[in-house]
Design a protein around this ligand. Structure first.
Ligand code: EPZ
Length: 435
């Protein structure tokens, strides 16, 4: 397995281009299953999760064309998806096991074909990750659902019916799935306590361009008037706010200065305010966001994850790493996932001073220095936190299990090298040759 080698202690300065958002792109791809026409997505990030979702759609009978493109002066991918007729209505275990977001085929296929079988994903490194909200909402829309041999088997032979649904938790995945299902249902669906993440509004924008009638996206009540058919559309994926927030921390933790080209301040208000409160200069530029931590003395900050527009759980690990380089104590509280401090024991191996209380809170105390070590993490964001710690540490850090990073950070080494990091990928083949 590939590794990343970092020699820490360099101040990062320059510009980093922010790619299209992984967590927006994944449901957008699945929205293409709602129509027999072509859906074209531009500004798509080049990530292994996108490749996995494309593989699943090919398996369902979607024809996918891939183009190298230039969006806003930067290389990206454009993909065209055409599912004239699905050749399978099953998302098999091997796909779902690799990527939970495979469950996004559930709503679209059930709405279009009245039947779908999706392997239950099971838990993952950050928590149990139940699907009860998705399934209960589909049942309220008239679907018959059975769990058999590890699969969700859903039927709605007489079409899904609009319903008034109140989610017990503002789930991102369930909001996307039910919005897609309701787009082709009979009548009106109202989702109360819907998720408000920017990725939801991006999906609604594509669905409306395809002919759906969705309003209220971005608020906690979304109304979807079902239509009988949807058509093709072309859509540009929004910039990745989590990637932008992650590189903002790279600037701060190395006391550097990075302009995050294409980053959208309005989607990052809460984490950027925490950076400011900690002593980093953060400003909006015509092209994105400038994060300037040169000569900054950072002070510890308390952070609590929350649903959007609160502090994103997907930036918790990165900000926790930053707080190790701040003066004083910080309390970091995780409220979304029950097991999201897996980076802590690895950071401790680098000299961190962190006390985890139960599953939800960690007290982080600033340390004089971090020192490089061999580390590994069990999820994407935790892995990036280890990269950040490596950038700030004295000496060499080796981050193992790089496949986690490849799921969600496009051209990670290239982007960090471009702002002055001493970072390289050790390919498994190179490593074997050196042995
Ligand atoms: C999305 O996951 C993201 N993934 C996650 O990012 C992110 O951490 C999460 O939203 C929260 O922002 C994608 O977009 C592909 P949820 P999702 O349903 O949709 C509970 C990353 O690193 N819940 O909003 O699966 C659940 O247990 C990933 O890029 C139920 O109880 O998250 C959790 O506590 C990791 N029942 C809360 O809701 C359900 O049926 C939020 O989960 C569904 C969820």
């Amino acid at each position: 397995m590939d590794k990343i080698k970092i020699k820490g202690g360099r101040r990062l300065e320059g510009k980093i281009y922010i790619s299209g958002a992984k967590n927006a792109a994944l449901p957008l791809i699945c929205a293409s299953l709602l129509t027999k026409d072509t859906v074209t997505l531009t500004n798509m990030p080049m990530l292994s999760d996108i490749a996995s979702m494309n593989a699943l759609l090919r398996q369902l009978g979607t024809q996918i064309d891939e183009f190298n493109d230039f969006v806003d002066g930067h290389p990206s991918k454009t993909y065209s998806y055409r599912t004239a007729e699905a050749s399978s209505l099953t998302a098999p275990y091997d796909y779902v096991r690799k990527m939970r977001a495979s469950y996004y085929v559930l709503g679209p296929l059930l709405a279009r074909y009245g039947h779908v079988e999706v392997s239950l994903p099971g838990g993952c490194a950050i928590g149990a990750r139940p699907m009860d909200i998705h399934l209960s909402a589909l049942e309220q829309m008239g679907a018959k659902i059975e769990i058999k041999n590890g699969y969700i088997i859903a039927d709605a032979p007489d079409k899904l019916q609009g319903a008034h649904i109140a989610f017990h938790t503002a789930s991102v995945g369930a909001t996307c799935n039910i919005m897609m299902a309701a787009a082709l249902a009979c009548g009106t669906t109202i989702i109360e306590n819907a998720a408000k993440e920017p990725e939801i509004a991006d999906l609604a924008e594509l669905l409306n361009a395809m002919g759906a009638q969705i309003s209220g996206q971005g608020t906690s009540t979304i109304t979807i008037e079902g239509v009988s058919a949807l058509s093709g559309a072309r859509h540009k994926v929004i910039p990745d706010r989590i990637e932008a927030g992650s590189y903002a921390v790279a600037a701060a933790i190395t006391r550097g200065k990075i302009e995050l080209i294409n980053a959208q301040m309005q989607t990052l208000q809460n984490p950027m305010q925490i950076l400011r409160d900690a002593g980093v200069k953060v400003s909006e530029t015509p092209n994105g966001i400038l994060v300037d931590a040169i000569n900054a003395k950072l002070s510890g900050q308390d952070i609590m994850t929350d649903y959007y527009p609160g502090f994103p759980t997907d930036l918790q690990a990165q900000f926790l790493a930053l707080m190790l380089t701040a003066e004083g104590a910080s309390m970091v509280t995780e409220t979304i996932w029950e097991n999201r401090f897996m980076h802590v024991p690895e950071l401790m191996r680098m000299g961190a001073n962190i006390n985890v209380h139960g599953h939800a809170s960690a007290i982080v105390r600033g340390v004089k220095k971090l020192s490089g070590a061999q580390v590994m993490a069990t999820d994407l964001r935790a892995s990036f936190a280890l990269v950040l710690a490596g950038l700030a540490a004295e000496g060499e850090t080796i981050v193992n299990r790089v496949y986690h990073l490849d799921r969600g950070y496009e051209k990670l080494e290239e982007k960090l090298k471009g702002v002055g990091a001493d970072i390289e990928r050790i390919k498994e083949a190179d490593e074997l040759a050196a042995e």
